[in-house]
Design a protein around this ligand. Structure first.
Ligand code: UDX
Length: 453
């Protein structure tokens, strides 16, 4: 990743911007809008979060966000508040970045979007033109729902607004980097005027601003994310096949990735499937959206099923080695986050694996560079010791399992670390180690679809 000189990249058209929601999308977006030189107000219903942000501390970890917010607080072009009126009154643009959690049947739960739209409507200034933009990942047609919500909140006042969609493609852990360096910004609206205002927010970036209608924009987000889940699932299935035919999945991934039509990225296999707050939710939501429109999106049905099975295949590997009664077995775990560089463990495959192994009676020693606190909240203390150094994970354990792709996990001195274990067994669900080196180091190494020469 290249270095960015953040101080040099500024907007030519500063705007008054409101951002509703201060989670993993809203807060980095607000920080970046402020850093570009806009006047930004972030709204959250959670007073504790708002106070924390205004004191310069962040409720989530995301690189550069804290320093951007601290600088903007000092420059007085950023404030967080619980008060919609302060944020929305006279705003040029309001971004809705609230959560859309999954309902029980897998559709997107729209209650926070509805509440936001209603409150925006209540507080828009009469006459002042405002663009209300949905940034959250929402089903196609949500713009109509937002329009209705805003009008309901306005309750007959002469508000002047258009709705638009600006899906985010920010990866957690790299949200600021991606905001500066994205390959495209997608803006969708059925109003040219709204598209003109929105494009002014991004036009100083060296990127493509892709203008489209609002429904296409809404679908682009789902299509992009679910395409990526399909790509990951494809390589996971190739790994399953490699295991049977004696080929090496990393070589196959490299060999196909060199074809620009396929591309190298998002071809890293994982034995425990993809996770996180976006991919599992989005793939379910798009599958459900198909069903609601009398269309069975068969590829996505398979992606959902294969991804569920991956985790059980992995557990089976451990129980095949140690038997299904793990009561006298202590397992060391490297990684609880759903991926590297984040403190987020929501819908993390690692958390599911730990739960399953605990269910078989195993004792676990768990380490993560950043997501240990979140893991503790989700898993509690039963059968689990949370350790603050990776060396500890190897100390008198019967096997170590690698569940998150933290880059530093590649660099550990495994040859020496395994000497402290009861057995030198490593299950590498994230393909971090070189299998040949592992073999030379006397490690009993498990990783699906790797070829040891
Ligand atoms: C994703 C999209 O990448 C981003 O564009 C979108 O806006 C939000 O959702 P994020 O969930 O932060 O971002 O993480 P991402 O890096 O995409 O990883 C998601 C999951 O897929 C993780 O569990 C990760 O470990 C897994 N993954 C990713 C793989 O298993 N293999 C890969 O090659 C890439």
């Amino acid at each position: 990743m290249e270095n960015i000189n953040f101080d040099e990249i500024k907007t030519k058209n500063p705007k008054k911007i409101a951002v509703i929601g201060t989670g993993y999308v809203g807060l980095p977006s607000a920080a970046v809008f402020a850093k570009w030189g806009n006047n930004v107000t972030a709204v959250d219903v959670d007073i504790a979060k708002v106070e924390m942000i205004n004191s310069g501390k962040m409720p989530i970890y995301e690189e550069n966000v804290e320093e951007f917010i601290q600088e903007a607080l000092a420059n007085k072009n950023f404030i967080a508040t619980t008060d919609y009126a302060l944020a929305v009154k006279d705003a040029d643009v309001v971004f809705i970045a609230v959560g859309t959690p999954s309902t029980e049947i897998g559709t997107a739960d729209m209650k926070y979007i509805d509440e936001a739209a209603f409150s925006i409507g209540q507080n828009l200034s009469e006459g002042k033109y405002t663009v209300v933009v949905t940034k959250s990942t929402v089903p196609v047609g949500t713009n109509k729902r937002v329009t209705a919500g805003v009008l309901k909140g306005a309750n007959g006042r002469a508000v002047n607004f258009d709705v638009a969609s600006n899906p985010e493609f920010l990866r957690e852990g790299y949200a600021v980097y991606d905001s500066y360096n994205g390959e495209r910004v997608v803006i969708g609206s059925d109003s040219e005027k709204a598209l003109d205002v929105l494009s002014q927010i991004f036009e100083h970036l060296d990127t493509v601003i892709f203008r489209t209608d609002v429904s296409s924009s809404e679908l682009i987000k789902y299509a992009a994310n679910t395409f990526l889940t399909t790509k990951i699932t494809f390589i996971n299935e190739i790994a399953n096949l490699c295991e049977r035919v004696g080929a090496d999945v990393k070589s196959v991934a490299e060999g196909i990735g060199l074809d620009a039509r396929i591309g190298k990225r998002f071809l890293n296999p994982t034995e425990i499937g993809f996770g996180g707050p976006c991919f599992p939710k989005d793939v379910n939501a798009l599958y459900q959206l198909g069903l609601e429109n009398n269309y069975e999106f068969q590829i996505l049905g398979s992606v959902i099923n294969v991804n569920k099975q991956q985790m059980f295949r992995f557990i089976e590997r451990v129980t095949q080695r140690f038997g299904s009664n793990l009561e006298n077995i202590t397992l060391g775990v490297l990684g609880t986050a759903f991926k590297d560089n984040t403190d987020d463990a929501r819908h993390s495959g690692a958390i599911d694996v730990i739960r399953q192994l605990r269910g078989f009676g195993a004792q676990l020693k768990v380490y993560d560079p950043m997501a240990l606190a979140t893991a503790k909240q989700m898993l509690g203390e039963q059968n689990i010791e949370y350790v603050d150094s990776y060396e500890n994970v190897f100390d008198k354990t019967d096997a170590v399992i690698i569940l998150t792709e933290w880059k530093q996990f590649k660099d550990y001195d495994y040859e020496n670390l395994v000497k402290n274990m009861n057995n030198p067994v490593i299950f590498d669900a994230r393909y971090m180690l070189d299998p040949n080196k592992a073999k030379q180091s006397g490690i009993e190494y498990y990783s699906r679809g790797r070829k040891v020469l």
